[in-house]
Ligand binder design. Structure first.
Ligand SMILES: Nc1nc2c(c(=O)[nH]1)N[C@H]1C(S)=C(S)[C@@H](COP(=O)(O)O)O[C@H]1N2
Ligand SMILES: [Mo]
Length: 201
């Protein structure tokens, strides 16, 4: 059983649960305002420098799970496609192109914003957004799109799946108690999803 499952991390698929996804055949299109649009295959992604973010995924539905998310920095991908100066937002598309969400370029460029393919050293399974998902600990979990097939560099903001349904576009993690999955779901305050310490990086 995967670590995320052991921790009883909830599984959200607003657009419906995917069937088995093909890890070896996975590709992520990087396109939009960039000089070198390209498709990153699974093989390419795993040979790019790996970053580990020991950080939390915090849902607006008030659960939070911490672990070592491993993957490629979104900033490295933006460099690879030669993101243009027009780029203001990065939009992540999930595998059926129904779920999408965008984050500001400044947040996309931060150290711990990843396209993640591991949690605590294990490959991400479908339930948790494998083969590769967005991971952005700075904002509510709905900004961390699962099973990403495309990242699109945008010159303006377009709201995403949950944002169109009333959740804030900014998705700043606000106070209050959350269920800490690392502590058996105990309700406790985790201010700012613990990202406050990272912000001066
Ligand atoms: N494709 C897709 N990505 C998604 C979602 C979803 O429903 N579909 N839910 C989002 C929300 S609201 C949260 S909190 C996290 C939950 O991630 P998990 O299902 O791995 O716990 O995924 C985000 N990414
Ligand atoms: Mo969420």
């Amino acid at each position: 059983m995967s670590r995320l499952k052991e921790l009883r991390t909830p599984v959200f698929w607003a657009e419906g649960r995917p069937c088995k996804l093909n890890r070896e055949g996975w590709g992520i299109e990087g396109s939009g305002f960039c000089a070198n649009p390209k498709i990153f295959t699974w093989q390419e992604l795993i040979t790019m420098p790996k970053s580990i973010a020991d950080a939390r995924l915090t849902s607006v539905t008030r659960f939070s799970v911490r672990g070592k998310w491993g993957g490629v920095k979104v900033s490295d991908l933006l460099n690879a496609v030669q993101a243009g100066p027009e780029t203001q937002y990065v939009r992540f598309w999930s595998y059926r192109m129904i779920y999408a969400t965008s984050i500001p370029i400044e947040v996309a460029l931060r150290e711990r914003t990843l396209l993640a393919y591991e949690f605590d050293g294990e490959n991400l399974e479908e339930d948790y957004g494998g083969p590769v998902r967005g991971f952005c600990p700075y904002l509510w979990g709905y900004k961390s799109a699962k099973s990403v097939v495309k990242i699109e560099l945008m010159d303006r903001y377009v709201s995403g799946f949950w944002e169109q349904r009333g959740y804030p576009d900014e998705a700043l993690i606000t106070g209050g108690k959350v269920r800490d999955m690392n502590q058996g779901g105990r309700l406790r305050p985790i201010p700012n999803g613990e990202v406050i310490h990272f912000l001066d990086e």
